[in-house]
Write a protein that binds this ligand. Structure first.
Ligand SMILES: *Cc1c(COP(=O)(O)O)cnc(C)c1O
Length: 384
């Protein structure tokens, strides 16, 4: 199989698995208990927290382990919103991951919050001026992703963080897609809250990280024991937490080689796909984009058929649109970018990783024109 879907998830690094195994097999004690085996688990969690903190450039007490990127996003937004009950306006963007979008919509529908979903340009980028204009006296939080999971556009986060900061409004970023390739130093980014998900950087699934700057008022969203300084109840996932920290450290150490390798493959993909496939466009920003993201739209192609044809060739990729019961539902990201329906229905996201090779890229490029032809025939069939 050729795996070009690293934005969806990444393989667990063998050395991460090795670091985790002892905490499943031997060190199984409950970290909150009071005997040697439990203390060892507690020590491992504390060490993992410090390792994460050193990469984010923060203090260990500002790191909360969660069950994933989705939980981190939920906790950040709801936690801050509910801690400031007098303020009921949220600023976010129209291209966020559903973990942010649906959290904001939930607060809107069930708790009467008002949410401003900022528009983006045709490259998927927001304008800091729009953030400035959207902020109100009752704005409780600004949430803007570091980089987009569908089209890879990197947002001007530091600038937006300065604007939010100048109004005294906490800023959260979903940095899940940036972990492997971007600097995660929270002071350089200027953020107060930052979400990560271990399985997006060769760590285990079901483990997330939420950075919360000291002094940020936040209410826990899950009640129970006092774990994670009372911010996230539940017996800790010791092995998962150890794995997340080791994986984040590996990612930070490998960042330069990773970026060089991936951006080389990405650039070949972009150049050759645009050259070899007719009526193809690159989606997302031409330069401000993730090192591993090559995303396209092919006029008149059926995205679902595109994926099926690739799957038949044993190639794993994604579309930016979801096809529900025969009706083509265009992705909210491509729609926000104003992409014409003719194109938006035929999107393809190729996200490469450390283990991909130039040969694999060439293999895909060779196959793609024919695959797109078939996906165009499929779309014509559904239109008649
Ligand atoms: C994958 C992803 C998430 C969700 O993370 P999970 O750990 O799968 O819950 C959130 N935001 C972005 C941008 C993602 O790519």
């Amino acid at each position: 199989m050729i795996y070009f879907d690293h934005a969806a998830t990444t393989p667990l690094d063998p050395s991460v698995l090795d670091a985790m195994v002892p905490y499943y097999r031997d060190v199984f004690g409950n970290p909150s208990s009071a005997y040697a085996g439990a203390r060892e688990a507690r020590k491992a969690i504390d060490a993992a927290r410090d390792r994460v903190a050193s990469i984010l450039g923060c203090h260990g007490s500002e790191v909360i382990f969660t069950s994933g990127g989705s939980e981190s996003d939920n906790l950040a937004i709801k936690g801050v919103a509910f801690a400031n009950p007098g303020r009921r306006h949220i600023v976010t963007t129209s291209v966020e991951h559903h973990a942010v979008l649906n959290t904001c919509e939930f607060l809107e529908r069930h708790f009467g919050y008002e949410v401003t979903f900022l528009p983006v340009d045709q490259c998927g980028m927001i304008s800091p001026d729009d953030v400035q204009r959207a902020i109100r006296p009752d704005t409780v939080v600004v949430s803007m992703m570091l980089a987009n999971n569908e089209v890879g556009t990197i947002q001007p986060l530091a600038e937006v963080a300065r604007i939010a900061g100048s109004h005294g409004i906490p800023i959260h970023t979903d940095a899940v897609q940036g972990a492997a390739s971007l600097d995660l130093n929270v002071d350089k980014l200027g953020v107060d809250l930052l979400s990560l998900s271990a399985h997006k950087f060769n760590g285990p699934k079901g483990v997330g990280i939420l950075y919360v700057r000291r002094g940020t008022a936040m209410l826990p969203q899950q009640q129970g024991g006092g774990q994670e300084r009372g911010m996230r109840a539940g017996t800790e996932n010791t092995a998962g937490i150890v794995g997340a920290a080791v994986a984040l450290e590996l990612a930070a150490n490998r960042r330069e080689t990773y970026v060089r390798h991936c951006s080389e493959l990405r650039d070949v993909l972009i150049a050759e796909v645009l050259e070899n496939v007719e009526d193809a466009v690159l989606t997302g920003h031409p330069t401000e984009r993730l090192a591993n993201n090559a995303s396209f739209a092919f006029a008149g192609a059926d995205g679902e058929a595109l994926l099926m044809a690739l799957d038949a060739e044993d190639i794993a990729a994604s579309i930016g649109s979801a096809c529900t019961s025969g009706t083509l539902e265009v992705s909210h990201v491509l729609r926000a970018m104003g992409l014409d329906d003719l194109y938006a229905g035929g999107s393809l996201r190729l996200t490469v990783g450390a283990e991909n090779t130039r040969d694999q890229v060439e293999e895909l490029v060779e196959l793609l024109p024919n695959v797109v032809d078939r996906a165009r025939a499929a779309r014509r069939m559904t239109l008649v």
